[in-house]
Design a protein around this ligand. Structure first.
Ligand SMILES: [Zn+2]
Ligand SMILES: [Zn+2]
Length: 738
């Protein structure tokens, strides 16, 4: 056996403790040589009798690394004696930006070790944990190119940094109370309070029911105890919106009923918000009026220290920003913009270079792709050209493909205002810079007036890149699979080929040839966007007539408004056309009196799901129709059946369950028929409505019952967070044919 060689390892090998890991193995196996980091690869020159064992263990990687390939070449230089870590060099950066990771168990232990160097220190971290993306300015990842640059290490930290036997050997975020970033508790005016222990001071205020703004890893949260949730909601002007909570580890089951899979997600390195069923579906209504609750565990030293000093075991923790707008990161900005909302500010003095919201998952499906997951890197061959997907309008992310890897940004938000557009541009520039991207193809939504579309056009004009417009729901399917399939895309809104608002779509074929073969019935949407805000308008759009009007008047709709609505639908004035699944669910929520006005994204449909939770649905006869070449599911017949059941005095929860169940059966039937006609064996499902467990699992049961397999992505969000990736996949396939 050869006892020397040059080992080249590719993947996410920077910022993940790879060099010290290699060093310690070299000590263990008495190997001489060197290790060097070059962007997305590590090169190791190694010689020694136990070379093969060394090689085997090195190939295993570190906790946080992702290894794409390991190659061994002949070594053409003399090495040794001894083993050294060489400084990082420039290299190709193939999508190797490490995400922020939750604090590890060893570091938690350090924080609570009496008399230890890290006792009570909020920013304790090591090579296996802590912030990365949010503090990185440029690559390669070394301290001087991060926000830690302003904090030169003290002697003790320096000793650990250079000690090969230490967990913080070459840990770029190493810091302690002596040398690292520190905390302060500021009053409502932003002035520092005379508080010796800011964490204890903050805990006391929280226990007393105050609302605190807390500067975390990726941005500010607003926090309070459960009893103060009403105050917080009132200050935010969002009385109905469910709030995420952070819960002490031993208290999770007091609030939620986690499944084994939920528990795995809760404790994963990401530490996302996990949406779970509540322990008592009707409990904790101050936090959420739904049957679900979004729970995360403490994920930084600061959180652990806070809970250690807090009498409560739960904190409401919501991003400090208006929904859809970027998270606040700077302290000055927070003090200015959270005036009147926060009673105090618990802040640190380390710059947040890139903001990063909390990730959200439900049943293992990603709802918000952000902290700990993003930048998300996928090895995929989309050809030789560099591609940028700018994303849709709502819940946007952005994706850059280069050189065999697609890298998707953290959640950007709703690109509907200048602030979020600026954040989108900033994110494209930052990730582009880190990847060394030179966008040759720019993919954008088909909607001509989206700010993201305009941005794509401007960028293409500046750079000469080729533009590809990608229809929203085809991007959903492209994000799910590149193989031949029947694609089901069910969501709220997306601009269709015909300019109508799509959202209940069934395609057949292979990306980019996804033919629309079936959809939900096209129905009027009186007043356009107004019908999204007021679902009763949508109900009238689907079920126009005296009966519906009487119901709406009884519910409190004004006479004048009712008259306008009726005339609008009758004459088709200011009426958009839609096949959206979300709007059908909205209309059902309105019919059942569950939601009259939508105050947050997805509210009517989410409340409908909660009303249906635990109810046994009844199977109804389905009605199908035809529009052009497409088969349709008649949603007017479905809602008529629901209205009849309501008139017969049936329970609203049971009707809600039946609406979801039969809508899902109908969508599945369209897909199964399309698959049978074409001999296709796979069905792909995407779109925000697929987060609804009852609908998703009914579709699964029907599809699998018909002998077909169902693909639902666990790698990308089912909602619009997957669109930028899907745009890249679609554009690559499209461009390849031209
Ligand atoms: Zn650690
Ligand atoms: Zn130190």
């Amino acid at each position: 056996m050869q006892n020397r060689g040059k080992i080249v390892i590719r993947g996410i090998v920077q910022g993940v403790g790879f060099r010290p890991f290699v060093y310690s193995l070299a000590q263990k196996y008495d190997i001489s040589g060197w290790v060097k980091n070059l962007g997305s690869r590590v090169e190791i020159a190694a010689a020694g009798a136990r070379f093969s064992e060394f090689c085997r263990d090195v190939s295993g990687g570190t906790v946080l690394s992702v290894i794409d390939s390991v190659e061994v070449f002949p070594l053409d230089e003399d090495v040794g004696p001894g083993f050294v870590i060489r400084s990082s060099g420039e290299g190709s950066l193939d999508g190797m930006i490490p995400p922020d990771v939750a604090i590890c168990d060893d570091c938690i232990k350090d924080i609570f070790t009496p008399g230890g160097r890290y006792e009570g220190y909020w920013a304790t971290s090591c090579v296996n944990c802590g912030p990365r993306y949010s503090i990185i300015r440029t690559l390669p990842y070394d301290r001087e190119r991060t926000a830690m640059e302003e904090f030169p290490v003290c002697t003790a930290c320096g000793a650990e940094y250079t000690d090969p036997s230490c967990r913080r050997h070459h840990a770029q975020t190493i810091a302690c109370r002596e040398c690292g970033p520190s905390l302060a508790l500021l009053g409502p005016d932003g002035l520092e309070t005379a508080c010796a222990d800011p964490i204890a001071g903050a805990a006391a205020m929280l226990d007393a029911g105050k609302v605190l703004a807390i500067r975390g890893i990726g941005g500010f949260h607003l926090a309070c105890v459960e009893e103060a949730a009403g105050v917080l909601k009132a200050r935010l002007g969002r009385p109905e919106q469910p709030l995420a909570v952070m819960v002490r580890e031993d208290a999770v089951e007091r609030y939620a009923s986690p499944t084994a899979a939920d528990r795995q997600d809760l404790y994963s390195r990401v530490h996302p918000i996990v949406v779970m069923n509540k322990r008592d579906p009707a409990g904790h209504t101050g936090i959420s009026s739904l049957h679900t609750i979004g729970v995360m565990l403490p994920y930084t030293g600061l959180h652990h220290l806070l809970f250690a000093r807090l009498d409560h075991d739960l904190l409401v923790m919501t991003s400090a920003n208006m929904p859809g707008t970027p998270m606040i990161t700077g302290t000055e900005d927070a003090v200015a913009r959270l005036h009147g909302q926060a009673d105090a500010f618990l802040v640190h003095d380390r710059e947040i270079v890139s903001r990063c919201d909390d990730s959200v998952v439900r049943d293992g499906y990603i709802i918000r792709l952000s902290r700990g997951i993003a930048p998300k890197r996928t090895a995929i061959d989309l050809g030789a050209r560099c591609i940028l997907g700018v994303g849709p309008e709502l819940n946007a992310t952005t994706t850059i493909y280069r050189n065999g890897f697609a890298v998707t940004s953290p959640h950007v938000g709703n690109v509907r205002n200048p602030r979020t557009l600026a954040y989108l541009q900033e994110t494209v520039e930052k990730i582009g810079r880190l990847l060394g991207a030179d966008n040759e193809v720019i993919a954008h939504d088909l909607h001509p007036r989206f700010l993201s579309t305009r941005y794509a056009r401007e960028l293409a004009e500046q750079t000469g890149a080729e533009l590809v417009a990608v229809q929203h729901h085809r991007a959903h399917i492209a994000a799910t699979t590149r193989d031949e399939c029947i694609g089901i895309a069910i969501d709220g809104v997306g601009y269709g080929d015909d300019g109508a608002i799509w959202g209940g779509e069934i395609f057949a074929g292979v990306v980019p040839h996804l033919e629309r073969v079936a959809h939900l019935q096209t129905v009027p949407m009186p007043g356009g966007d107004l019908a999204t805000r007021y679902p009763e308008r949508m109900l009238y759009g689907i079920l126009p007539g005296e009966e519906t009007l009487r119901l709406l008047l009884a519910r409190g709709l004004g006479e004048v408004e009712a008259g306008v609505l009726a005339r609008q639908v009758e004459r088709g004035v200011n009426v958009a056309q839609t096949s959206s699944t979300g709007r059908v669910l909205d209309a059902a929520a309105a019919l059942l009196g569950i939601c009259r006005e939508r105050t947050y994204d997805g509210e009517p449909a989410m409340k409908l799901e909660s009303a249906a939770y635990g109810r046994r649905p009844e199977a109804w006869d389905l009605a199908f129709g035809k529009e052009g070449n497409c088969r349709t599911l008649r949603t007017d017949a479905l809602l008529k059946r629901a209205a009849d059941a309501q008139a017969a005095g049936k329970n609203a929860g049971e009707i809600a369950a039946a609406v979801q169940y039969n809508l899902a059966r109908g969508i599945a039937a369209l897909a199964i028929d399309a698959a049978a006609e074409r001999g296709i064996k796979t069905v792909a499902l995407s779109g925000g409505v697929a987060y609804n467990a009852a609908i998703r699992e009914t579709i699964r049961k029907c599809v699998e019952g018909a002998g077909l397999s169902l693909l639902v992505s666990r790698d990308y969000p089912l909602g619009d967070g997957c669109i930028s990736f899907g745009q890249c996949v679609f554009a690559a396939a499209d461009a390849a044919e031209r």
